[in-house]
Design a protein around this ligand. Sequence first.
Ligand code: ATP
Ligand code: MG
Ligand code: MG
Length: 551
Amino acid sequence: EPTPVKNFLQSIISDDLANGRVSEVHTRFPPEPNGYLHVGHAKSIHVNFGLAEANGGCCNLRFDDTNPEKESQEFIESIQADVRWLGFQWEGEVRYASSYFQQLYDWAVYLVEQGKAYVCDLNAEQAREYRGTLTEPGRNSPHRERSVEENLDLLARMKAGEFAEGEKVLRAKIDMASPNMNLRDPIMYRIRKVAHHQTGTDWVIYPTYDYAHGQGDAIEGITHSICTLEFEDHRPLYDWFVDNLPVTSRPRQYEFGRLNLNYTVTSKRKLKQLVDDGVVHGWDDPRMPTIAGMRRRGFTPGSIRKFCEMIGVTRSDGVVDVAMLEFAIREDLNANAPRAMAVLNPLKVVLTDYPEAQVETLVAPNHPSREELGSRELPFTRELYIDADDFREEANKKYKRLVLGKRVRLRNAYVIEADSVVRDAAGEIVEVHAHTIPDTIGADPADGVKPKGVIQWVSASHGRRAEVRLYDRLFNHEAPDRGDADFLRHLNPESLRVVEQAWIEPALAGALPEQSFQFEREGYFVADRFEHSADQPVFNRTIGLRDTWNE
Ligand code: ATP
Ligand code: MG
Ligand code: MG
């Protein structure tokens, strides 16, 4: 049973159901297929599908495809995959605003016949001048009083391709003096001589969003058309069309505050620029705030839905701290990701007392508190790798790792004590020689000298090499696109560091793409969705163990 979402939209819906305005809830999610979905869309998806689910209704997926130039089949496919991956299923087949082009055209003719729409020849600049300003009323277009017959003829000829782009538009005849600019005879159709991904070359006139959207809602029987706040001023126009057309259902528009995340850009135009300029490696680069990028980064659908629940739905815009999103995935993975060991900056340790040919198969639990996640085998051998940062020749008491002459516990294995180092010609330490303390698996040393800390390790003979991609925030500025200044100057130069030769415990090579792990003491990592294989393991860092940005 889905838990009901408690917010102002749910209150509206509850009232509508209680007083009989609607008998069932039907919402829609209406992306324009001009880019990949991003985390802001996830909020809208969660709101639309979530409210439908919580109220026993359904939600359509409708491509709002009225701008053919910027749209494509690639985006149509990625959007469907992303919605499904988030765990939502739309009602019936996917819908396209373009499937309604003929009906929309017929209704435009209807408005012309009613004297409520006209063909206007003003060019863009003139139209802007006639439109007036927020403080000055607009003026009527000189073409506003054309006869119905003339308008019908001109509209038919617009449709037939007789005019050039920009030469004519169809406008609704509402009120040039309205204080709401959206009601000053808004454009319904413009001429665009471009092919459309769904309708080919059938049309050379395309409806505007304002004209198409509410009518699409009416055709589909949408009861609650939920959009973001910037459309609030468009609502009177939305209602005007529905009120003045013979539509068979009466949808209503409601607005909520869009998601803005700090350290993140969510404008599709800017995301596209990041892709086109090669700043990132595609729309699904793990640093992108796209659903596909987050997926590849190792976010789970559950963590994204949890995040959407945490931020809630309000009637105002605000900025959410990206740390909340990071918290949601960290919590999820802490609870669910199996533990494993990886060494990202390898330093060899030779256990001089340990027989060369010996291999001990230790068993380690996959999760500290969830027995049902099982265990895995860890081969223990004379030569191991530890992280170079986990060894020092000398250190003070705060350093709880391996120090010459001191002890440390190898996670899930023995306590060892470091005896000496081996250096290369340049004086760099290339090996640490150490010995094991007997009988210390799961037990303290018998002599009472306790180890200083616990570190991860990987068998040098049985471990595997892997490429590990250390991702971090793409921007190092809280508001990278504030004021629309060049947001690229706020790129974090350390958003990706590739470790080409990390060592991982052998069980990790068998990870399936998209499987997540906690690499102990390192963070949460996911086997890359596309490039990981048992032969060439590739892991992406999803998120560190702690929030290091707000410390
Ligand atoms: P962009 O500005 O990134 O191009 P958009 O609003 O034009 O976004 P659409 O594809 O039209 O993109 O969006 C589909 C739906 O998702 C719309 O209902 C829109 O209001 C909603 N949406 C888009 N961005 C956000 C956001 N940041 N927060 C909440 N909802 C959003
Ligand atoms: Mg839009
Ligand atoms: Mg847009």
